[in-house]
Design a protein around this ligand. Structure first.
Ligand code: PMP
Length: 351
């Protein structure tokens, strides 16, 4: 760090994204991307938008919000689009964290980073022994609450009635991060009209194959959306570029293509879970596009490194309580069969 860095940021530990090595062509099962490309329609909308890149993108994002209104059954004043859902999470921490923030101890790593960035008082709530979240730990906290549902990296989902209890029993903003909701979960968007303190965030990075385009959004009561827009217009009103806006529109037009891909991912998740269990793995029950698994036969880090040397990338975390696990993104059946063969070879080697 330079001697010029503001003292406010001296201790800031940034988020570490999943590795994107370019030395060989890996089978990438480490960052929960979709293995399927965007639909033809999505790409053709993006291509058309390229011709108008001399103009700024629409800061009000009118076409996309109109389309979203129809698809998500909400009012257009109840939604805001951002540069990935990381950006709306960032805005939520900035807007509502002054009385402190609470989130599960094992969850998306960015929550701790945002809490440090804004110097918030943070409460990290332990998970239950089975890695699920106890909703009772989140009642009457009256500080900003952020919960990934399904949680990451466990993949475990909390039922909607428990989310509702949390929202109902706090006089503070509750953010439900639904990055992985399209892989078998029930969205809390249906609760937005009932509660004025709920923000539901989602992303086009996972189920809609647009991780590289960076498009996320939040749905909330229009007063909350106004706050979040104040933050957006105070940092970058053109936060979503016009190619991405157009591709987001195309993706919503082609919803069925993406829903079908989600069905394939769910079937592949069941397949991988069964095969890993046959090989002696403990696999947590996942409603996401990844599974979190460990085995007594080999340590988590050793398995990760040996898979990497065979050209398959999975995600390993060094936090003590989860270091024996690996998070494996659900790819195509072909990719999963290669992964399973590599695991068989590795286990054969270590037996
Ligand atoms: N929430 C969770 C739980 C995630 O795992 C991710 C992806 N790393 C995000 C939010 C952010 O995704 P994006 O910014 O691509 O929308």
């Amino acid at each position: 760090m330079s001697k010029f860095l503001s003292k406010n940021y001296l201790g800031l530990k940034p988020y570490t994204p999943g590795e994107q090595p370019k030395d060989i062509r890996y089978i990438k099962l480490n960052t929960n991307e979709s293995p399927f490309p965007p639909s033809k329609k999505t790409i053709s909308f993006g291509k058309k938008a390229l011709k108008k890149l001399n103009l700024y993108s629409d800061p009000e994002m009118r076409y996309l919000r109109d389309k979203a209104q129809e698809v998500f059954n909400i009012d257009k004043d109840e939604i805001m689009f951002t540069n990935g859902s990381d950006e709306i999470l960032n805005f939520a921490f900035a807007c509502y964290g002054d009385k402190g923030v609470a989130y599960p101890q094992i969850s998306y790593g960015f929550y701790t980073v945002f809490a440090s960035l804004y110097n918030l008082d943070k409460t990290e709530i332990p998970l239950k022994e089975d890695f699920s979240i106890d909703y009772k730990d989140y009642l009457n906290l009256n500080k900003l609450i952020v919960i990934a549902n399904p949680n990451a990296p466990t993949g475990i989902i909390m039922p909607l009635w428990q989310i509702e209890e949390i929202v109902k029993n706090n006089d503070s903003v509750v953010v439900i991060d639904e990055a992985y909701i399209d892989f078998g979960g029930e969205s809390a968007i249906s609760l937005v009209k009932k509660y004025k303190n709920l923000i539901v965030t989602q992303t086009f990075s996972k189920s809609r194959s647009l991780a590289g385009a960076r498009l996320g959004f939040g749905v909330a009561d229009k007063e909350l959306i106004k706050d979040l827009n104040t933050m957006r217009y105070s940092t970058n009103p053109y936060n979503v570029n016009s190619t991405t806006l157009a591709m987001g529109f195309g993706a919503l037009e082609d919803n069925n293509y993406y829903l079908n891909n989600c069905k394939t991912i769910i079937a592949n998740r069941d397949y991988l879970t069964k095969k890993l269990q046959e090989l002696g793995f403990l696999v947590l029950p996942s409603k996401a596009n990844f599974v979190f698994a460990k085995t007594d036969k080999i340590g988590g880090e050793e398995l990760y490194l040996k898979l990497k040397s065979k050209g398959v990338l999975v995600r390993h975390f060094t936090t003590d309580s989860i270091k024996e696990y690996n998070r494996i993104t659900i790819g195509t059946k072909k990719q999963l069969d290669i992964l399973l063969n590599c695991i068989k070879q590795i286990l054969g080697e270590t037996l």
